[in-house]
Design a protein around this ligand. Structure first.
Ligand code: TSB
Ligand code: ZN
Length: 626
């Protein structure tokens, strides 16, 4: 019999690192309670696996009926009773043969036990080939499980969970296998946490950039292109152009030199850089040169997954001296990554992306100053974009506390000294900048550690926007040199950085941050002009032309809808200003100004409105009235 501590250690090993261990246990235990209720409702149901996941858990059953809403309510009520019963979760160690006997009516569990004895856990991961297995029992229900669990069902909260839906899912995720019924539930420590979560889900659904992207005609994902290849429609393209102009302008003033380099190259280039060795699975097309039948190796071309090797060619295009450094090569670089189809969606994770990229070639004594420069550029950009909540992560390579299984190759360049010194320099730079930060293993680039700027989406999920990466590896791979003051050749250090991330990810973030109501300087349409009657069309059109001439983005609505409907349309499109023009306005060369919030500013002379608009746009304020 294993001790409590041993069981916990065994269980903890499998707990994904971002999960809250208390919630994990609670969700894991609730999954068993759900399974008990489901088999009581449907005695023919065969439980398979039911892991805790982010926000809750699911449980898959082999079950040939479609549960109705009434069934789900019954199951949910029954779960509450089981919780009230305060049944202890009793753990037992049994041999594999006992297990096969215990679960003889459930071929799925038997298959899992067979796998366990062959060194595979139920998710197909490596596990000890331990012939003894653990089962947990509460009340009448026993499940094959490695734990850990709460002590009794009384530790769960009957008001803290909700069965959200039942969907189909193949056994082991393989479409050759039988389709099972997956019961999804969200589960929390108490009713308040559940309520807060459901409110977040509702808010996130409203702000979902895919939904807003459709409603505001910003972008679309067409099946013919395939997953991860969205296209920007005219309005989305306008936002992107504005973002690009804004960031390149800041960069130009900060001494960056912008280039255009090809977004494909001979595979040889990525063999030198190490992308082919460390990043091949994310590159396409995936080639196998030997068997490709392609005799001319020069013709093996791949799409670039990163711009670094290309900017290195810019650095190498002529001899460099210590006085030339730092050299900051920037590009709105298009790159292609073979992201798994399951993780791409909308604009936040795509397979073809354009990064606000730059590579800084610096002398060792310039590293910290350049990092400080990037941080200050980032602060300026975030202030303009209205991004206020973020945290810094020092992203490191393999965790020394969890050695890689034998025969497994590290994702990272094999150069312990380089890692140690690069991590130290980045840590010092962060400390010196006075920024609070946290550290994480297994989040680095293959060539070096990073400072990642982490933001949360509406659902509280973290993703990286800006990144600053210290690289002493690629300079070595490409034998980069500059001539030092004493005429000897020295090796520069590279800093890779993205300030506003990829245009795609930044757009998805901003769409959700503003629920589509972009700050005026970024809005695809800034002003909608609504003439009251046909006789005001000409005035409206002239006003529109004049604003367009002054570089504003205008929509003149000459459609045949009624005025109120046109105003509503513009407000639904989140157009910051709606200008209504009728007899009075025509006479006085004025406009009646309505804001997208519905607020009515009343009539203003055209010149006064334009002056206000100019001020708002130039200052990039988030307000509509300065
Ligand atoms: C900064 N070579 C460096 C570059 O010089 C690089 O490519 N770094 S990266 O791999 O971390 O990517 C930079 C940023 O691109 C990430 O921080 C993230 O914000 C964004 N990004 C990465 N993958 C995707 C993707 N699939 N879709 C959208 N944006 C992405
Ligand atoms: Zn790079």
């Amino acid at each position: 019999m294993a001790t409590e501590a041993e069981l916990k250690a065994a269980g903890d090993k499998y707990i994904p690192k971002d999960y809250d261990p208390t919630l994990y246990k609670l969700r894991h235990s609730l999954a068993h309670v759900l399974a008990q209720a489901v088999v009581e409702k449907f005695p023919q149901a065969k439980p398979t696996i039911g892991p805790p996941i982010e926000y809750g858990f699911y449980y898959d059953f082999d079950l040939d009926v479609n549960p109705t809403d009434g069934d789900l309510e019954w199951i949910s009520n029954r779960m509450k009773q089981i919780i009230k019963g305060k049944y202890p979760f009793k753990v037992r160690e049994i041999s594999a043969d006992e297990g096969r006997e215990l679960f003889k009516d459930n071929p799925y569990k038997v298959e899992l036990i067979d796998g366990l004895t062959k060194g595979k856990d139920e998710y197909g991961n490596e596990a000890a080939t331990n012939p003894t297995i653990t089962v947990y029992q509460q009340d009448t229900f026993t499940d094959l499980c490695r734990g850990p669990h709460v002590e009794t069902t009384g530790n769960l909260d009957g008001k803290g969970f909700k069965i959200t839906q039942v969907t189909g899912s193949y056994w082991r995720g393989d479409s050759k296998n039988k389709m099972l019924k997956r019961f999804h539930a969200t589960a929390w420590a108490n009713a308040d946490d559940l309520k807060a979560h459901l409110a977040r889900v509702e808010e996130a659904a409203k702000r979902d950039h895919r939904k807003i992207g459709r409603e505001l005609d910003l972008f679309s994902n067409e099946q013919v292109f395939g997953a991860g290849f969205p296209m920007l429609l005219p309005k989305g393209a306008t936002v992107r152009r504005l973002l690009e102009a804004f960031i390149t302008d800041y960069e130009r003033k900060a001494g960056y030199l912008h280039v255009y380099t090809p977004d494909a190259a001979k595979v040889e280039l990525y063999k030198i850089s190490g992308h082919w060795e460390h990043y091949k699975d994310s590159m396409f097309p995936q080639m196998d040169m030997g068997e490709s039948g392609n005799e001319n190796e020069d013709e093996n071309l791949v799409l670039r997954p990163m711009c670094c090797p290309h900017h290195i060619q810019v650095f190498k295009s002529k001899p460099r001296s210590y006085r030339d450094l730092p050299i900051r090569i920037a590009e709105l670089g298009k790159m292609y990554r073979y992201e798994r189809s399951g993780v791409v969606g909308g604009l936040s994770r795509v397979r073809c992306m354009t990064l606000n990229d730059a590579h800084l070639f610096v002398r060792p004594d310039q590293i910290k100053g350049e990092i400080a420069g990037v941080l200050s550029l980032m602060k300026k950009a975030y202030a303009d974009l209205g991004i206020t909540e973020y945290r810094f992560r020092l992203s490191k390579n393999d965790d020394p506390a969890t050695p890689l299984p034998p025969e497994t190759k590290s994702k990272y360049a094999d150069d312990p000294e380089m890692w140690e010194s690069s991590i130290r320099i980045l840590r010092e730079a962060l400390v010196e900048s006075g920024l609070p930060f946290f550290e994480a293993w297994n989040e680095a680039a293959f060539y070096g550690p990073k400072v990642d700027v982490q933001v949360k989406d509406t659902m509280g999920r973290e993703e990286t926007l800006s990144t600053i990466q210290l690289d002493q590896h690629l300079p070595k791979q490409f034998k980069l040199e500059f001539k030092d003051s004493d005429d000897t050749p020295k090796r520069p250090v590279m800093i890779h950085r993205g300030v506003i991330s990829t245009m795609e990810r930044m757009m998805s973030y901003l769409i959700e941050l503003y629920a589509g109501a972009f700050p005026v300087w970024l809005a695809p349409v800034q002003v909608a002009i609504v003439p009251i009657a046909d006789r005001h069309f000409e005035f409206a059109q002239k006003l529109g032309d004049s604003l367009l001439e002054q570089d504003y983005r205008v929509d003149v609505d000459l459609g045949d809808k009624r005025m109120q409907a046109k105003i509503r349309d513009a407000q639904l499109q989140k157009v910051p200003y709606v200008l209504v023009v009728g007899d009075k306005e025509m006479e006085a060369n004025a406009v009646a100004v309505r804001l997208r919030s519905g607020e009515d500013l009343g009539a203003k002379p055209v010149a006064e409105f334009v002056a206000m608009l100019e001020k708002v746009v130039r200052s990039r304020t988030l307000k509509l009235v300065p």
